[in-house]
Design a protein around this ligand. Structure first.
Ligand code: AMP
Ligand code: MG
Length: 427
């Protein structure tokens, strides 16, 4: 049985080969409005249409000083004003300057800015501030001081974002700065999701007998995948009936780029899904030394020349969350075409245990836990009392997963362990 790290490496390698087969440059593109581009994948590099800043701008409130001024000899003669959006129009001689505000254009015949605090401006009466007026500069600045030079940040024509970049909040800020309101993105992957089990009822329908329970995995998968550049095609709940599962799998293979299922992949008599995946496609891995979520299946189907990767998550709701966070989401970011350098990382944080934990040797445990970070940065983690994989209430109380290695038998109070904050617990 593969370890978590081994299965992750296997899937990463698989995804890299998939991307080599379907490079970003050969994928279908879609132009989307800037406001809707968050978490999409850039289909083409972005070049700056102009310099940023577009002109020399002041980074302080103060006075722009004309080139050649000697401020040790005489005060500065203030003859005008340049504020954000309202530049000074006119020419300046040595010894002259303009009152200037942060973000305002520095007149072309000025070469430095003195901050207001380094002048006697605060001591002038309102009458003494009628243009033109004089200010004494206490500490004359050197050339270039407090000027954000034109093109210092970005030069016209410069490539600022690469194809395959996952568009994040900072990218949106940069694109908006450059006036780019329509963004070339890759068409989202279509992910087919399906739940299997005779006991399942869709949320919204009535439970009619005691053996039924609501399908919580499908809504959970929708939520887990919501930040990915994907479109979800939900095939609903399939009965434990080989004919039904086969027909739906065939339909999903025809319609989707990736398929993710829950349940039916263990070795129970009614776990037809794994048998059918073997018949209709290939199983690359089945089972990982992880708790919860051991019977995780990874494989693929073919549709003509195309490959349709497949993830078969176990049925337990916690296994779905842990399996999806550990394997499915990282894989989907890669399959979606995100460049390697930009793939999201799983942050591990060391934390000190407040209570002892125990486990069986053999599998890597992901226990539900709650952590707090002290003022000095040290994290302290408290495991939830019961760790059975069907306990979903525990998960809503948890803000992290406590990771205990396969060869460990537990850890004592005060020991340092690894935790993985749940993505939705962070802001
Ligand atoms: P299975 O993998 O089919 O053996 O299912 C394992 C456990 O997960 C069983 O207790 C199922 O009832 C439960 N389960 C399977 N699918 C779902 C689902 N979609 N929502 C909630 N529980 C599920
Ligand atoms: Mg089942």
């Amino acid at each position: 049985m593969l370890s978590v790290a081994e299965l992750q490496a296997f899937i990463t390698n698989y995804c890299q080969q998939y991307v080599a087969q379907y490079p970003v440059t050969k994928r279908a593109q879609q132009i989307v409005p800037l406001a809707q581009s968050l978490n999409r994948v850039l289909a083409a590099p972005i070049a700056a249409p102009f310099d940023v800043p577009r002109q020399n701008l002041s980074s302080m409130d103060g006075f722009a000083i004309a080139t050649g001024s000697d401020l040790s000899a005489a005060p500065l003669s203030v003859v005008g004003e340049s504020s954000a959006g309202k530049p000074f129009i006119g020419q300046l001689q040595a010894g002259q300057g303009v009152r200037i505000f942060t973000g305002a254009v520095v007149p072309s015949d000025c070469d430095r800015v003195v901050m207001q605090e380094n002048t006697n401006f605060a001591n002038l009466t309102p009458v003494q501030k009628h243009l033109p007026y004089q200010v004494v500069v206490d500490t004359p600045p050197t050339v270039g001081t407090h000027i954000r030079a034109q093109g210092a940040e970005v030069q016209a024509g410069e490539q600022v974002l690469v194809a395959g970049k996952r568009i994040n909040t900072s990218d949106i800020s940069l694109l908006a700065t450059l006036g780019i309101h329509e963004v070339p993105t890759l068409v989202p992957l279509t992910i087919g999701i399906l739940a299997t089990g005779d006991e399942l009822v869709a949320v919204g329908a009535s439970l009619t007998h005691a053996a039924q329970l609501y399908d919580s995995n499908s809504p959970t998968l929708h939520a887990l995948l919501s930040d990915l550049p994907v479109v979800i095609k939900d095939y609903g709940i399939l009965a434990d009936d080989p004919a039904v599962i086969r027909a739906t799998l065939e339909q999903a293979i025809a319609e989707c780029d990736v398929i993710v299922s829950s349940a039916g992949v263990s070795v129970g008599d009614y776990d037809y899904l794994s048998q059918l995946v073997r018949k209709l496609g290939q199983v690359h891995q089945h089972k990982v030394a992880m708790k919860p979520g051991k019977p995780l299946m990874f494989g693929e189907f073919s549709r003509g020349q195309a490959t349709v990767p497949y993830f078969g998550l176990p049925g337990n709701p916690l296994s779905v969350v842990v399996g999806c966070l550990n394997f499915v989401k990282p894989a989907l970011w890669c399959l979606a075409g995100v460049t390697e350098a930009d793939l999201p990382i799983a942050l591990r944080v060391p934390a000190v245990l407040t209570h002892a934990v125990s486990k069986a040797v053999g599998r890597q445990d992901y226990q539900r836990a709650h952590f707090e970070q002290a003022a000095d940065g040290q994290c302290h983690v408290t495991p939830m009392a019961a760790q059975d994989s069907h306990r979903v209430k525990q998960l809503t109380l948890a803000n992290c997963l406590l990771v205990l290695p396969a060869d460990s038998a537990g850890a004592a109070v005060g020991e340092t362990v690894w935790i993985v904050p749940l993505p939705w617990a962070l802001h």
